[in-house]
Design a protein around this ligand. Structure first.
Ligand SMILES: *Cc1c(COP(=O)(O)O)cnc(C)c1O
Length: 434
């Protein structure tokens, strides 16, 4: 691997060998990005199947045949083709809505490996999940528990539940993606946990199967996980004294990826100590579950855009590209770094640019202060766009959403065609007589 130099565009992408330069042109596996952009247009999301598989294999190496269920948190990227790959590889799924449940089933997910998270589950979603027989509801409040009991008894099913406990640990990540602190909306407070479990025990159509937490996202240190685990184990001891035996412990997702130069733990650094701690505490028979999203897909995708204009100012120059904040919201939403690569490396003097889109907002930027030798109609690839990329896209400014392409070796597949202009308003009507 080459050096990772900030602000340099002629480096190999973020540690993922499936995106690489050959003869100064960027490739995804065996296909030139330029050819894919010509074939499918821009803005274009391109994913590498081999990179997805490599990310999945990192988890499987860590699991090493033990009883660990990896549930892909599909909100990170819910394209059917990608879900289907994970289903083929044996993944479970962590879902947060009835829409995600439908997608997962359509993609071939095994319902018995589906975990349903989220603070605002609705009756129809709970009913559907009970009917198909999911593995578990991660319950985040007493009113939700009451609703699950009601829905389950109405259709005479028993709902398997875990309580999502908020362990009040600081995941040391961006406040918008930190979820395990006392004052955010997620989970049940640790001090209410035991009483809530005891309440759940009294419900006729609820079966306690597990304990869950999820402390945040883009976590690059193990300490927050260790702190959370210590608190969960103490709770498990208390539950045992009340006669509550858990079938699984779910430690959530959140492992970070490299966007720039972050050092991120390997999944085994999380899984091994957790399994050891369970064993040492007398919970060897308790299954471990995880809910990784970003770390399974984030560095398996790029967003390719074409330079429309170069605006060279006194103090700042702009590369105005045809992708925008509606295509990739993360830079402006979280003020975060994504690598930006020239798809073709050209000789010539570099200039420093902000890479911005056509949307009428000053917040519409994708990358800042990057050095490129580029001309209009050059292509720029935004790295690490596989997670929370397309799924967070919108049609703001009446911009049809980008196409998505999956590369497998020397083949490419359109896994979501570009939206058309007509589709932008196909659900709208002008009422008669106004
Ligand atoms: C978002 C989310 C995840 C996945 O988080 P990543 O940081 O993408 O791994 C897992 N579990 C829950 C409950 C989530 O909300």
């Amino acid at each position: 691997m080459q050096n990772h130099l900030a602000n340099s565009t002629d480096r190999s992408p973020v540690g993922v060998p499936h995106f690489h330069y050959s003869d100064n042109a960027l490739y995804v596996e065996q296909l030139a990005v330029k050819a894919l952009a010509e074939q499918h247009g821009t803005p274009l999301y391109i994913y590498s199947k081999a990179a997805l598989k490599a990310a999945w294999d990192r988890y499987q190496e860590a699991v090493d045949g033990r009883d660990v269920l990896v549930c892909y948190a599909m909100k990170a990227n819910s394209n059917l083709a990608i879900l289907n790959l994970f289903a083929q590889w044996g993944a479970g799924f962590d879902i947060v809505s009835g829409g995600e449940l439908a997608r997962a089933l359509k993609a071939g997910a095994d319902p018995q490996k589906i975990i349903f998270s989220g603070v605002g589950k609705q009756a129809w979603e709970i009913k559907k999940a009970l009917e198909v027989g999911i593995k578990c509801f991660n319950v985040e409040s007493i009113p939700e528990l009451t609703l699950i009991q009601e829905v389950a008894s109405a259709i005479d099913k028993k709902a398997p539940i875990s309580l999502r406990i908020n362990p009040d640990v600081d995941a040391k990540t961006h406040p918008y993606i930190s979820t395990g602190l006392k004052d955010n909306k997620f989970g049940i407070a640790m001090e209410d946990a035991l009483a809530t479990y005891e309440h759940a025990m009294t419900l006729s159509h609820v079966e306690i199967v597990g304990l869950d937490c999820h402390i945040g996202s883009q976590i690059t240190e193990l300490a927050p996980y260790q702190d959370a685990l210590a608190r969960l184990l103490a709770l498990m001891d208390q539950l045992k004294t009340k006669g509550i035996q858990l079938k699984h412990l779910d430690i959530g997702g959140g492992l970070g990826i490299r966007y720039l130069d972050e050092q991120v733990p390997h999944p085994r650094d999380l899984i091994n100590p957790t399994l050891e701690a369970l064993q040492a505490r007398g919970y060897a028979e308790v299954q471990l579950a995880l809910e990784p999203g970003r770390s399974l897909v984030g560095n398996s995708g790029i967003l390719v855009s074409e330079v429309l204009f170069l605006k060279q100012g006194e103090s700042k120059s702009f590369a105005i590209v045809d992708a925008a904040m509606n295509d990739l919201l993360r830079p402006t939403l979280y003020d975060v770094y994504h690598g930006a690569l020239a798809v073709e490396l050209k000789a010539g003097d570099k200039r420093r640019y902000d890479v911005v889109g056509p949307v009428c907002e000053s917040g519409d930027w994708l990358a800042k202060d990057r050095d490129f030798a580029i001309e209009p109609s050059a292509l720029i690839a935004i790295e690490s766009a596989g997670a929370y990329g397309f799924v967070m896209s919108s049609q703001y400014n009446s911009r049809p959403r980008a196409a998505e392409v999956l590369v497998d070796g020397d083949k490419s597949y359109v896994i979501r065609r570009r939206e058309t202009i007509e589709e932008l308003f196909e659900h709208e009507t002008i009422p008669d007589g106004i």
